[in-house]
Each structure stands twice: as C-alpha cells, then as structure tokens.
Design a protein around this ligand. Structure first.
Ligand code: SAH
Length: 225
C-alpha cells in the first residue's frame, strides 16, 4: 500500500468510526488524520491499522481502538501551550497524537523495550516535543509537574493520588477506572473547589501495574486462572 492509500484509509476511519460516534473537536480530528498509525504497529498488521479495534503491539500490550484514542484526547481538551503527561507509552501512537496538539509531552512506560521502540519511531517522524521515561507511571513525573493534562492508557483500580497532586489548577486527568475486565472512562478536573469527576462510558484496557495501580498484577492473575 502507498502512503496516499494509507491517508485515504485514515480519512475514512475519521469519518466512519470517530466523527460518526460524536468526536467533533477539529484539532483532534486533524491530528488523527495526520499521524501514520500503521507505523506504530507490527508490519504484518498494517492492512488492519485503520480498522475499528485495538491491535497487539507485543509484550501482551495493545494499541487502543482509534475511536478511544480520539475520544480520550477530546476529553483531555489539549491546548497548544499545554504540558501533558501520558502513562502507558506503548507503541507511542497516542503520544504522537498528543505531540501534534500540545507544547510538550512526557510519557512513561514500565516496559523498556516498548519505550525504546516508541522513542525511535517518534524521533524518525520528527516529533521533538516528546520525552519518554521508563518506570512506574503511577508515581507521576514529579520533576516536570504540574501538568495541564494527564492521560492514562491502562486500566486502574482507582485514581492514583500522585497524579491528582501533579495536576495544575484547571487541569484534566483522563483515566479508565474499574476492575480488570472493564472500566469507566473517567475525567477528573482540578478546580478551586476541589476535584470534579465526570464519567464517559465503558472501556476495556490492559492493566495499569504499579504502586498505585494493580499491585504487581497478583489480584488479576488470581482472577483469570
Ligand atoms: N498509549 C499506548 C497504548 C498503551 S497499552 C499506545 O498508543 O500504543 C498500555 C501500556 O501501559 C503498556 O505499554 C504497559 O506497559 C503500560 N503500563 C502499565 N502499567 C504502567 C505503569 N504503572 N506505568 C507506566 N506504564 C504502564
């Protein structure tokens, strides 16, 4: 397939999967049209890169369904001057979308191999405003806080306290919260009156594993056996 053909598939994906379901922010839609999603997944899956489902990226992890990426990005309300923290770099695709929209993106993954591959792809595409770190993202990135937006692309049992602490006043935290098999897409807004919670429907993510996430995953393994 040529780059023009991939671009045509992206346009169709935006119209049929994303706009059709109610994501309307023009900046978000432009970013999704722009980023070559196929380059963030294994080559033997390229013909499925713009389909309406998540795909495996190795190490038992997945790149989210395109609609969910767009929806979470819209809920995050990213402005050009924003500094954004992402937990769960994975393939680096969501980080690329954020890099199109924000001033600076900080992304953390607990898996070194995924973080390194993502960094290489983002560098090769010329994104200069993304920093990637390997570690437990549930602790946040205190040296770079506060953040205007924080997005968590793995499912958490509860909202990790370090993340709300590292949110700027007026900032948004978008995070799937629930049990291992299904979560509610949750937006936490930091206001002068305190934290305000909004809920945006069901979703299903791989586990957020860490000090303020699933504790090493033991609970989850026990349930799936
Ligand atoms: N946003 C990614 C998809 C993320 S998949 C993309 O666009 O492709 C979920 C990722 O969360 C996995 O890579 C997993 O390693 C990572 N993860 C799980 N727990 C984490 C933690 N505590 N800190 C950082 N990353 C974590």
């Amino acid at each position: 397939m040529t780059e023009d053909q991939f671009a045509a598939l992206r346009d169709r994906m935006v119209d049929q999967q994303i706009r059709a379901r109610g994501v309307v922010d023009p900046r978000v839609l432009a970013a999704v049209r722009q980023v070559p999603r196929h380059l963030f997944i294994p080559q033997h899956l390229w013909d499925q890169a713009y389909n309406d489902y998540p795909l495996p990226i190795g190490a038992d992890q997945t790149i989210s369904q395109p609609y969910i990426v767009a929806l979470m990005t819209e809920i995050l309300e990213v402005k050009e001057t924003d500094r954004i923290l992402e937990l769960g770099t994975g393939s680096g695709y969501q980080a690329a979308i954020l890099a199109e929209l924000a001033a600076q993106v900080f992304s953390i993954d607990r898996m070194g191999d995924l973080a390194r591959q993502a960094k290489e792809m983002l560098d090769s595409l010329g994104y200069k405003n993304v920093q990637i770190r390997v570690g437990d993202g549930t602790l946040g990135w205190p040296e770079e806080a506060p953040f205007d937006g924080i997005i968590v692309t793995a499912g958490a049992p509860k909202v990790p306290r370090p993340l709300t602490e590292q949110l700027a006043l007026g900032g948004r935290l978008v995070i799937p919260v629930g049990d291992v098999w299904s979560q509610t897409l949750t937006c936490v807004r930091k206001t002068r009156e305190g934290l305000k919670f909004e809920y945006h429907g069901g979703c299903r993510f791989v586990r957020l594993i860490g000090k303020y996430g699933w504790n090493g995953g033991q609970e989850a393994e026990a349930r799936s056996d």
